[in-house]
Design a protein around this ligand. Structure first.
Ligand code: NAD
Ligand code: AHE
Ligand code: ZN
Length: 375
């Protein structure tokens, strides 16, 4: 590869808890099996805020966050066969190499090819492609979409239909896909009762997918009363605010009461370990299955009485909804284009790149589902 270094703007997080700073960065050309992408749009996911805030045990600084992007391939390194300059693409924080033990297992989407270096903020050759004033800047989740140009591994990117608007399908890079996969890959949802804890982008996506598949009852649970109308709009049949229950009444006990013994399926979309416990314990004895989607802070652990599991409840979890991105994202894009799945409905805020910190504030306001940043 003979590509040149590109100078552009990127939002750097210099340290845990600090606001992002827009800086000029140098983005090195893609090496073998790497792809340099001009990012046009990016969503902001709660996980970006989680790492920025210092709660992520894997957080490394300075870094360029962002993992919900859409862009156009600028150049490719040697050996890249699946994408070419000009292709519209979505970077994938869950890679799909199709060769590793994980990919070949047929049991998981958790590809092993680049995960170790990705978790260390590095490209697969253990170096970085970003510099700011001569200093190395870490990558994040193998995607770093808060930069006008980024470099990703070729196993960590998928080409999508160029007719699909990138300011919408960028959201398939995480939130909506995560929710869609967590529900649609779970057998048995049709005709069953479901409770969804947390009605952000992830929870609403879980509600929408459960509705689409034909769940008989969908109970949304959120401490923010404004989420009731959101949840109902996406297909919830009931809404419960745990903060409004009678003194001393636990949410799991209340849910068990109103469902004649508990839910068939529950989903944690909050990242709060107490909520994860409540979601497990709200499951029906003998068959209830609870899925953890939320990401908990460093040091947090889940607990319950083992009797909860002995008596037939199952605790599971998923990352990126169990979706294999290179294979399945083009299908999801087509489902969006044909009106089968929602994306537009999740976009409550839009920001210019210069206002990316305001985008993080929007997330805390309680009325933001997704903010799309125009790079
Ligand atoms: P969000 O902040 O927009 O939504 C969280 C919702 O939970 C909010 O509506 C909030 O009011 C509600 N909530 C908070 N405390 C609650 C409580 N005690 N009981 C009930 N509801 C409560 O976040 P999001 O972007 O939707 O992400 C949700 C979680 O999923 C985060 O932890 C995020 O990091 C994680 N996530 C995981 C994956 C994955 O692949 N596993 C992918 C994306 C996001
Ligand atoms: N790094 C944290 C955990 C964070 C986490 O679980 N991230 C999920 C996706 S959340 C998307 O919004 C994941 O699959 N991460 C893969 C990656 O490369 O970050 C910890 O606890 O160490
Ligand atoms: Zn995310």
């Amino acid at each position: 590869t003979t590509g040149k270094v590109i100078k552009c703007k990127a939002a750097i997080c210099w340290g845990a808890g600090e606001p992002l700073k827009i800086e000029e960065v140098e983005v090195a050309p893609p090496q073998a099996h790497e792809v340099r992408i001009r990012i046009l749009y990016t969503g902001i996911c709660h996980t970006d805020e989680y790492t920025r805030s210092g709660k992520d045990p894997e957080g490394l600084f300075p870094c360029i966050l962002g993992h919900e992007g859409g862009g156009i391939v600028e150049s490719v390194g040697e050996g890249v066969t699946d994408v070419k300059p000009g292709d519209h693409v979505v970077p994938l924080y869950t890679a799909e190499c199709r060769e590793c033990k994980f990919c070949k297992s047929g049991k998981t989407n958790l590809c092993g090819k680049v995960r170790a270096t990705q978790g260390a903020g590095l490209m697969p050759d253990k170096t970085v492609r970003f510099k700011c004033n001569g200093k190395d800047i870490y990558h994040f989740m193998g995607t770093s979409t808060f930069s006008q140009y980024t470099v990703v591994a070729d196993v960590s990117v998928v080409a999508v239909d160029p007719k699909a608007p990138l300011d919408k399908v960028c959201l398939l890079g995480c939130g909506i896909t995560t929710a869609w996969g967590a529900v649609s890959k779970q057998p048995g949802i049709k005709g069953s009762s479901v409770a969804v804890f947390g009605c952000g982008c992830i929870g609403l996506g879980v509600i929408d997918t459960a509705r689409l598949i034909g769940a008989s009852r969908i109970i949304a649970v959120d401490t923010n009363p404004n989420k009731e109308s959101w949840a109902k709009k996406f297909g919830a049949t009931d809404f419960v605010n745990p903060a409004k229950l009678p003194e001393g009444k636990r949410i799991q006990d209340y849910l068990i009461e109103i469902t004649d013994g508990g839910l068939d399926y529950t989903f944690d979309c909050t990242g709060n370990v107490q909520v994860m416990r409540a979601a497990l314990e709200a499951c029906h004895k003998g068959w209830g299955i609870s899925t953890v989607i939320g990401v908990a802070a460093a040091g947090q652990e889940i607990s319950t009485r083992p009797f909860q599991l002995v008596t037939g409840r199952t605790w599971r979890g998923s990352a990126f909804g169990g979706v294999k991105g290179r294979t399945e994202l083009p299908i999801l894009v087509a489902d969006y284009t044909s009106g089968k799945i929602k994306i537009d409905e999740y976009i409550t805020h839009r920001r210019k790149f210069a206002e990316i910190n305001e985008g993080f504030h929007d997330m805390h306001s309680g009325d933001c589902i997704r903010c799309v940043v125009d790079m």
